[in-house]
Design a protein around this ligand. Structure first.
Ligand SMILES: Cc1cc2nc3c(=O)[nH]c(=O)nc-3n(C[C@H](O)[C@H](O)[C@H](O)COP(=O)(O)OP(=O)(O)OC[C@H]3O[C@@H](n4cnc5c(N)ncnc54)[C@H](O)[C@@H]3O)c2cc1C
Length: 399
């Protein structure tokens, strides 16, 4: 049984529906209980219990992924979001981040020592959840992916043991966790990341009417790959506007000079720059209902060798997100059809899918997400989860 300090929610409890809710509105099957672990021992006890009794186990953290698609009747949801301690080394050179700590809280702690780590663009997503998928954000052209900054992981394995993984210790597990950490190798309770000195950044937006879309799109493709690596930018399209938004590590004056080729393209209707601390920049990118960005990477993302970790797409030039939001259930079908169409139209240019945005409708999801790394991941999985305790819809042990 889990330690009595773990909070357990069962059907009929007043907070049962809340305990199941998440960013995704996909329907779920009713689990038998949700265990809110507060420390690694609760995780170990739950893993051992599920393994001994053959109970399906679903891992959950800050609820921005698609764990709901993995719920099975009678399963136990193990929620690690309350394991959220952040410890900054006295030197400031490394930070250990508990599984559930959000980017927002991590940014607050890091700012006390004027250091930073690469982060995603949504401040409420757990930094560990992002890192396990790879971790794409506005610092990635200068610092790399979030997973590239990880130097050690603490993981509860299939036996319920807390093990460490790093370049020196359990390197096969460490390789898999960085980019395929959501695919069922163990439950990560803490990641340690190296840090970089933080300095103020400049955020910017440039808007054009949709009639300039083709011109802006072509100009951005010429300009974005070769610009300063301290400058990351995303291009978003919606029905009315094309928006170039981004972040620059440097001065406003230098930014305006760097983006001048884009400002000379078409007729920009709005140019907006804001200088702020790294910490405030993390808050500023909170746009969950925003448009559909294509983020240009390259630079530091394509620096490491392709076998540095399990993330397979570091040599792709862009990451593209197609999102649809709907207010009423009657719009769901057309919204889904729109995203399917968008993907179909782009199909010939798509190398693969990002593991952080799992697609339950993709019949070949594992290949789409892990590409040529899939066979190596399967070998690592056999070693680390021989009983398939961490089997999930998006995991390597699914088929
Ligand atoms: C609005 C929104 C914005 C996003 N922004 C970004 C972004 O800017 N950059 C980016 O890279 N990604 C982004 N993502 C994707 C996000 O990084 C992934 O969905 C990530 O998996 C979410 O982490 P979570 O803790 O919320 O996962 P949850 O939804 O809580 O869990 C999903 C799955 O992740 C795995 N998992 C989570 N935590 C652990 C753990 N500690 N140990 C083992 N497995 C675990 C489990 O398999 C679990 O079933 C975004 C997603 C959304 C919905």
């Amino acid at each position: 049984m889990p330690d009595r300090n773990a909070h357990v929610v069962r059907p009929g409890d007043p907070d049962y529906r809340w305990a199941l809710s998440g960013y995704s509105r996909r329907g779920w099957k009713a689990p038998r209980e949700i265990v809110f672990a507060c420390q690694p021992e609760h995780v170990s006890a739950t893993v051992i219990r599920c393994r001994e009794h053959g109970i399906p186990l679903v891992i959950r953290n800050s609820r921005f992924g698609q764990a709901e698609a993995c719920f099975e009747s009678g399963s136990i949801i193990l929620d690690v979001s309350r394991i959220n301690t952040i410890t900054l080394a006295r030197s400031g050179e490394t930070v250990s981040v508990g599984a559930g700590a959000t980017s927002l809280v991590a940014a607050d702690v890091l700012s006390t020592r004027s250091v930073r780590v690469p982060m995603g663009m949504h401040p409420e997503v757990s930094l560990v959840g992002i890192a396990l998928a790879g971790g794409v954000g506005m610092s990635c052209r200068s610092l790399g992916l979030v997973c590239d900054a990880v130097i050690e992981a603490e993981v509860v394995d299939t036996d319920g043991q807390l093990v460490r993984a790093s370049f020196a210790e359990n390197p096969d597990l460490f390789w898999a966790l960085r980019g395929a950490g959501c695919a069922g190798f163990g439950i990560v309770t803490c990641l340690t990341l190296r840090t970089w000195p933080a300095s103020p950044v400049v955020l910017f937006d440039v808007d054009w009417q949709h009639s300039d879309a083709d011109q802006v799109w072509a100009a951005w493709q010429d300009w974005a790959p070769s610009t300063d690596r301290g400058l990351s930018s995303a291009l978003s399209f919606d029905k009315n506007l094309v928006r170039l938004s981004g972040q620059f590590h440097g001065t406003e004056h230098r930014l305006l000079s760097l983006i001048s080729p884009m400002l000379r393209t078409g007729a920009a209707v709005n140019v907006n720059t804001r200088r702020m601390s790294q910490r405030d920049a993390v808050r500023a990118f909170a746009e969950p209902e925003g448009p559909h960005p294509m983020l240009r990477w390259g630079a530091a993302v394509s620096g490491p060798a392709t076998d540095f970790c399990a993330f397979p797409w570091r040599n792709s030039p862009y990451i593209m997100e197609t999102t649809a939001h709907w207010a009423s259930p009657t719009s769901e079908q057309s919204a889904r059809a729109w995203t399917a169409d968008a993907r179909h139209l782009a199909a010939e240019w798509i190398d693969g899918l990002y593991a952080g945005w799992p697609d339950p409708d993709d019949p070949d999801w594992l290949k789409s997400a892990y590409g040529n790394n899939l066979s190596r991941l399967r070998r690592v999985h056999v070693r680390w989860d021989p009983y398939n305790v961490f089997r999930s819809r998006f995991g390597v042990g699914w088929d």
